[in-house]
Design a protein around this ligand. Structure first.
Ligand code: NDP
Length: 364
């Protein structure tokens, strides 16, 4: 292989972007909010500095500025995607080791600790940076930049004949990313935040897997010409995506309000119906009454809508993305079920009787 400065720059691009996101996250103004996790040392809720939307938008604006100023071509991350992936793999491995080595052991042997992590909720820079929230922010930002650059490559390869499918895919993906930033606070109430440690799974997952694997559809399809999908099909695929988004966002918001303001009606309409044992309560109405994890169905539908919108259903690479969600979320649902059964005991059984389906209403 002929190693050029561009190859080296491509390799270090994810490192530079990670450093840039860290800098922006530290210096930009942020709101400090209490999360769901209780700090074991102080016994109070852990607090977080959140400024994801500002960091994300400024990063996209810098990308746009560099492209418009002809300093870095818009499709540069696409043309150096393999070097970028190699750099991100290396960074993900180094980051995973750094966050685990030297920390007190959780399990005997190194492999399980390396994979699942040792520290629960590490925060750095005088508690300005929470490791988990920062990792999600870097992953989303690098993914956003990759998607823009991959889409730009398509447009530059097909001047005057860009595919509406690629445009729709890019818009839907940005909806997905901006939705996360808009509801960054709600994410503080999710499984990874309160139940997982920081190891390879989360570090490699966010620095490497999230920004590159999630873009696998456009990675494959970007050089291809427009599949000329009809507007009806484009609208149908967008509808599948938004149906999924409705399930995922709706369930997350309903649970968020239930945990923070238990008596408040969701969207001013749905009064929370619960099963309760006097100590704990579980929602069994609205989204949480049609299946026990309809939010997971929502994620799979969003991924399916995105893949279909590319217009190449026979390109099997693009299907890896929804397939990954099916595998991730069906196993996660089983893990969460075990955790909830242990935590809620007979109350969980009562909930299961009331809401018998795990993920897909009436089916599974
Ligand atoms: P959930 O939001 O479903 O959270 C599960 C937890 O919610 C349980 O452990 C329990 O915690 C509580 N809970 C369960 N049932 C009830 C109920 N009936 N009433 C009240 N509380 C209940 O799962 P996740 O945290 O895994 O996911 C959060 C979001 O993130 C989802 O939308 C998911 O799809 C999304 N996600 C996105 C991914 C991506 O890559 N885009 C990857 C993984 C997840 P407690 O002990 O607090 O009661």
């Amino acid at each position: 292989m002929n190693i050029t400065w561009n190859t080296i720059a491509g390799f270090f691009a994810p490192w530079l972007i990670t450093a840039g996101v860290l800098l922006l996250h530290i210096v930009l103004p942020a709101r400090r909010v209490a999360g769901y996790v209780v700090d074991e040392k102080s016994g109070t809720r852990l607090t977080y500095r959140l400024n994801g939307m500002a960091v994300f938008l400024l990063s996209m604006a810098i990308f746009g500025g560099l492209g418009l100023g002809s300093i870095i071509p818009f499709n540069w991350l696409y043309t150096h995607r393999w070097e970028g992936l190699a750099g991100a793999v290396t960074l993900g491995m180094i980051g995973s080791l750094a966050v685990v080595l030297g920390k007190p052991k959780v399990k005997p042997g190194f492999i399980a600790d390396f994979f699942l992590g040792r520290s629960k909720n590490p925060q750095y820079f005088n508690r300005r940076v929470d490791a988990k929230m920062f990792l999600y922010l870097v992953g989303a930002t690098l993914l956003g930049l990759n998607i823009l650059s991959f889409a730009a490559h398509h447009v530059m390869q097909h001047p005057g004949n860009a595919s509406p499918s690629v445009i729709l895919y890019t818009v839907l993906f940005f909806w997905f990313l901006l939705d996360y930033m808009t509801f960054e606070r709600v994410h503080l109430y999710t499984y990874d935040l309160f139940a997982e440690r920081v190891g390879f799974k989360l570090t490699f997952g966010c620095l490497t897997f999230y920004p590159y694997f999630y873009a696998v559809g456009l990675w494959t399809v970007a050089p291809l010409p427009s599949p000329n999908l009809s507007p009806v099909l484009l609208a149908l695929y967008a509808a599948i995506f938004f149906l999924g988004w409705g399930f995922a966002r709706g369930a997350n918001m309903q649970k968020f309000y239930f945990k923070t303001q238990p008596d408040k009606s969701f969207m001013g309409v749905f009064k929370p119906a619960v099963v309760s044992d006097g100590t704990h309560s579980l929602l069994c109405s609205g989204f949480w009454g049609i299946s026990r994890h309809v939010n997971y169905l929502g994620e799979v539908l969003m991924a399916t809508g995105l893949t279909l919108s590319l217009g190449y259903p026979l390109v099997w690479w693009a299907w890896l993305y929804p397939l990954y969600y099916v595998l991730l979320l069906t196993t996660r649902e089983r893990d969460d079920e075990k955790r909830c059964r242990a935590k809620y005991g007979a109350l969980w059984e009562e909930y299961v009787q009331k809401v018998p389906k795990r993920i897909i209403p009436w089916v599974y």
